[in-house]
Write a protein that binds this ligand. Structure first.
Ligand code: AMP
Length: 601
């Protein structure tokens, strides 16, 4: 295992390692690609693209196609079903990582080898090191990280498919390394019942409040949810602290056992203090009051997570928000070398040893490469290869050739069998650290609704609504227009749909039967993907709400947008609203509101 020695090396020389990595980014990338190809050129997948005796690296970009998950799914399915030959990778695939992205309603399975899994574990160590270097006092206490796991899935071949974090929390490297500096006992993190896990982790965080120098979670949404949980449970938590007894409903034996060495007896003074803080009507700055030594809040707050920035700033009362890293199940992209930069200014620096990266130019709206950019991008980076304009369309560039200010989709070739794979995330290059590009994370443009890790696209929404409205048609009811928004004013948040309904043949408002409207909500939720359903089931997203508006309300919406400068001839009702004013306007036309049945998930 890359364990002890590598960890020691990183803690002793981490900053030097980072300097070397970023200074030699291009060479490291080239070397990595070469190694990957030498080892795997004989696999079933890659061998198709190379003629015998060809220089693999030279021909890689011309011969190997850029693919999406759907293209390689048949290969992945074969591995998941037990074929052991070198299908995608020469070394054995030891497990799968479940990504939050979905394919045919199921989580995507990303292959992983023992080596690639270990290599990735370097990233959290580097992140920790950079944070400690930039924020004084972080090494003088503990981190109150709220970490959770999800049950593993077993593939027919017996290989496990887990979330990356779940696998990582189970490793000795985590248990003997970062976990030692976390307040949460490992057994409370590994408890599969998220409610018991959350309760015990919060209780520990409160009991050890004076030692806590950092509070965080992987994604900001998790922290928002934890604060909501604290709002609901602080009285019970205080009572446990006051009496020294853990609530009976914490039934998980490992949690009870772990808590017995932390909740060791009554602490009435601490309970009074916490009660006094939590009883305050406003929870503005509550984190600072409950954990007075906290130096930063560490959670990803970029991309779709930026919706939680105001909330965390409100609760944090001035404590800096740090967005530490960026990556996906497929590969880690980069880390934030300036942890104290403001959330909207965060740039991540590519770690060139995590995968071989290519960058597919896109417009700044996330779409395909613009004509003007095709030509300019081509002449700037590919001129020696081709003068044929069409040959350069959507040609990816490598790490050394990205341009500051441009937008790219990330394409990775990994240490575990993905070759020129489109991750789907869009990045905007903001600069270079030494020779390594730095980028801002840009939300995928086709995502219209997002809460927590769910990303519902325009197509998902439209398909779901098409199915639901079938229920109305036999009743002579027509759905004329719809829109939606993600309501995160409360935690957990929910998706809200606005439907303008009328009777066929007249503009009359139909009689709204609550049961039927609830059925529509249910159909919409049912047709959303695996990620939505699991977050909904876990209580991370609340029941979908359907607001029916009276005839003419969407015309008023159009007037509103036209008054803001939209052109009537090109106007399309937005399928998702970002403006509070627009939501207010549609709310004014509301004639009924319905929710998915409680028992649905
Ligand atoms: P998963 O593959 O399930 O781990 O999900 C990874 C996805 O989370 C990425 O593809 C991104 O869409 C999103 N993500 C990861 N890191 C960040 C970040 N720093 N900012 C915004 N979104 C992120």
């Amino acid at each position: 295992m890359a364990g002890e020695k590598e960890i020691k090396e990183i803690y002793e020389n981490g900053m030097k390692i980072l300097e070397e990595l970023t200074s030699n980014a291009h060479e490291i990338q080239e070397q990595m690609l070469e190694e990957i190809l030498i080892r795997n050129a004989g696999t079933e997948y890659l061998s198709r693209f190379f003629v015998h005796g060809q220089n693999h690296k030279q021909n890689f970009k011309t011969n190997v196609p850029i693919v999406t998950y759907e293209d390689i799914k048949p290969y992945i399915d074969r591995i998941a079903n037990g074929e052991t030959s070198s299908i995608l990778f020469a070394d054995p695939i030891t497990q799968f990582i479940q990504s939050t992205g979905t394919s045919e309603g199921k989580p995507k399975l990303i292959p992983m080898t023992a080596e690639s899994f270990e290599k990735r574990m370097v990233k959290p160590l580097l992140v920790d090191l950079v944070m400690k270097k930039c924020i004084s006092g972080l090494d003088q206490g503990k981190s109150f990280y709220l970490f959770f796991v999800k049950p593993d899935m077993e593939t027919p071949s017996g290989l496990m498919a887990s979330l990356y974090t779940t696998s990582y929390f189970k490793t000795q490297i985590f248990k003997n390394g970062l976990a030692k500096f976390c307040t949460s006992p490992i057994d409370t993190i590994l408890c599969l019942d998220n409610k018991q896990s959350m309760y015990c982790q919060l209780l520990t965080g409160l009991l050890l409040r004076d030692e806590v120098v950092r509070i965080g979670s992987s994604f900001a949404s998790v922290l928002a949810r934890s604060i909501k949980f604290l709002e609901d449970y602080w009285k019970e938590l205080c009572s446990n602290i006051r009496t020294g007894y853990l609530s009976d409903w914490i039934a998980d034996p490992a949690c009870r056992n772990a808590m017995s060495s932390i909740l060791t007896g009554p602490e009435p003074e601490l309970a009074d203090l916490i009660q006094q803080i939590c009883e305050d009507k406003s929870w503005e700055g509550i984190i600072k009051e409950l954990w007075p030594e906290v130096k930063c809040i560490s959670s990803i707050v970029t991309g779709s997570m930026s919706q939680y920035i105001p909330l965390l700033e409100f609760y944090g009362g001035g404590i800096p928000l740090v967005s530490p890293n960026c990556g996906s199940s497929e590969a880690c992209f980069g880390i934030n070398l300036k942890p104290l930069s403001k959330p909207f200014d965060v740039s991540y620096t590519i770690l060139p040893n995590m995968a071989y990266f290519e960058f597919l130019p896109v417009n700044n709206d996330g779409g395909g490469m613009s004509r003007e950019f095709e030509l300019r991008g081509a002449s700037a980076t590919e001129s020696s290869e081709s003068t044929n304009e069409t040959a350069t369309v959507n040609k990816p560039v490598d790490l050394a050739n990205v341009k500051i200010g441009r937008y790219y989709e990330v394409v990775v070739t990994t240490l575990a069998g993905l070759y020129r794979y489109r991750v789907g995330d869009i990045l905007k290059v903001t600069g270079f650290y030494n020779k390594s590009p730095q980028f801002q994370f840009v939300e995928r443009q086709n995502v219209v609704l997002s809460i927590d890790l769910d990303k519902t696209t325009e197509v998902d929404l439209s398909n779901a609504i098409t199915k639901a409205k079938l229920v109305l048609e036999p009743l002579g009811i027509m759905l004329t227009t719809y829109s939606s928004y993600a309501d995160t004013s409360l935690t957990p948040g929910r998706y809200v749909l606005f439907w303008e309904l009328k009777m066929k043949g007249s503009n009359d408002l139909p009689k709204l039967d609550a049961k039927i409207m609830e059925e529509c909500c249910g159909i919409v939720e049912e047709s959303f993907d695996f990620t939505y359903k699991s977050l909904r089931k876990g209580g991370v997203i609340s029941a979908l709400e359907l607001r029916v508006v009276k005839h003419g309300t969407f015309d008023e919406l159009m007037d509103f947008y036209v008054s803001k400068g939209a052109s009537i001839s090109q106007y399309k009702p937005p399928c998702c609203l970002k403006s509070e004013e627009a939501v207010k306007l549609l709310n004014l036309g509301m004639v009924g509101t319905f929710f998915s049945p409680k028992t649905m998930f």
